[in-house]
Design a protein around this ligand. Structure first.
Ligand SMILES: Cc1cc2nc3c(=O)[nH]c(=O)nc-3n(C[C@H](O)[C@H](O)[C@H](O)COP(=O)(O)OP(=O)(O)OC[C@H]3O[C@@H](n4cnc5c(N)ncnc54)[C@H](O)[C@@H]3O)c2cc1C
Length: 397
């Protein structure tokens, strides 16, 4: 099989590459200064705004939404180039990739003007209020309650793992508006201004970087939200949870495979590391074997991504998405552990940095962080359930 792009598509790639050379993204050490996934310093907003103004922010969308009506294949090329360079499009990814598409799909014209366009122009940032202490994988069990009184809702409850909540301007919040209805049917979506009285955010410091917190617990006590901030129909919020995930998928096809390849490249580089006993890791054939296996895994992930993408362009809902999410994140986790184990105690040394797979840090830190990939966006166990039930047709447990 030969995978090639048409001359028109290669011309699209050349234009993008030339543009990226003329408009370099913020350097990695500047990116490291960000305090959370909703912290948008001026340089970060400027980068996103430049992409928006030149139609490179969401290329599949029309120019007024930061795009250039690119075809599906061209969007794939776009993500190939961005993920190969490890360049973020936005420093508030949940705002751009999950919340804005949901507002465009379900919001009123007024809401699109009020929230979607300013988000694209990097004027406002968001957090996503889905998970709760008793509602993660089983999101439909969420209990944060919103009761309508005239032209406002009163919100009470708690969210958790809310990325960037302490820096976000707004929360795209899933609330229960009908406690009597079956659990998938009584959910609605409210946009909540994070400065409203009654909201308390408690950042959760991370084990890997105690001075960095992206996750939060968010408490809502008698928080008044204007009824006009309801997105979609009352009690019809469940399809919006599904919709927001669908929007992420197109990006995943190649970006996760490229992320894995970057981790493999870092491991290849690590093989030249000399341990205190003077030996190179490559002196041991077992290490060489492991590197080769991870390289093959990364190639498999890339081909799986291309196959899933090809199916998605003809309107199919490919199961490769679950496979890729599970396989990619688990291989990356094993790879980080391999590096950490082979370096031994020496691997705890921060001066031997893994080429930033997420953020700077030793291989031990990268390994601890790699667990996020097997949890966020549906845990590995949930992906296995999906594959078992929907692909293999096994009975539900
Ligand atoms: C990096 C990152 C960013 C995140 N950002 C956000 C955010 O911005 N907003 C937000 O709302 N949430 C966010 N989350 C939370 C995330 O959505 C949840 O962690 C995820 O849905 C899992 O839910 P949980 O943590 O409650 O685990 P649980 O659902 O309680 O699961 C615990 C364990 O049980 C297993 N399990 C659960 N149900 C089943 C089942 N049916 N079959 C087999 N095994 C099962 C799980 O796989 C897991 O191992 C983020 C998470 C991460 C890691």
């Amino acid at each position: 099989m030969r995978l090639t792009y048409s001359p028109e598509d290669e011309a699209f790639r050349a234009e993008l590459v030339a543009w990226l050379e003329e408009h370099p993204p913020p350097p990695a050490d500047q990116q490291e200064q960000r305090q959370s996934s909703a912290h948008m310093p001026a340089w970060a907003a400027e980068w996103q705004r430049t992409l928006f103004d030149h139609g490179w922010l969401v290329p599949g969308w029309p120019p007024e939404l930061g795009g250039r009506n690119a075809t599906a294949v061209q969007q794939m090329i776009y993500f190939e180039e961005f993920s190969a360079r490890d360049v973020p499009r936005s420093f508030n990814p949940q705002g751009l990739s999950i919340i804005t598409p949901s507002i465009l799909d379900y919001g009123t014209e007024e809401q699109k003007e009020r929230w979607a366009i300013p988000t694209l122009r990097a004027e406002i940032t968001w957090c996503l209020g889905m998970s709760e202490p008793n509602a993660g994988s089983d999101l439909a069990s969420l209990q944060t309650r919103a009761v309508q009184h005239g032209d406002a809702f009163m919100v009470n409850g708690q969210k958790v793992w809310t990325s960037g909540a302490h820096h976000a301007d707004l929360c795209f919040c899933f609330v229960r508006t009908d406690p009597e209805a079956p659990k998938h049917k009584g959910i609605s979506v409210l946009v909540i201004d994070m400065k409203t009285p009654g909201i308390e955010t408690r950042p959760l410091p991370e084990l890997t970087s105690p001075d960095y917190a992206d996750f939060n617990e968010v408490f809502f006590t008698d928080v008044e939200v204007p009824a006009e901030n309801l997105v979609g129909e009352l009690n019809q919020g469940w399809p919006i949870t599904r919709g927001s995930l669908v929007h992420e998928r197109r990006m995943l096809w190649v970006s996760s495979a490229n992320g894995l390849q970057r981790a493999v490249d870092a491991l290849i580089e690590l093989g030249h590391e000399t341990r205190p006993d003077g030996a190179e890791l490559y002196d041991d054939p077992r290490f060489r074997d492991l590197v080769a296996n991870y390289f093959v895994d990364a190639q498999a992930a890339l081909l799986m991504g291309y196959r899933g993408f090809a199916k998605s362009t003809v309107g199919k809902e490919p199961h490769e998405h679950s496979l890729l999410k599970m396989f990619g994140s688990e291989v990356e986790q094993r790879l980080c552990l391999t590096a950490h184990e082979w370096l031994g105690a020496y691997g705890l040394d921060r001066s031997i940095e893994a080429e930033p797979i997420w953020r700077q840090g030793s291989w031990a830190e990268q390994w601890m962080r790699s667990f996020a990939g097997t949890i966020a966006g549906g845990t590995s166990e949930i992906q296995r359930n999906i594959l078992a039930e929907r692909v293999l047709g096994l009975p539900r447990g």
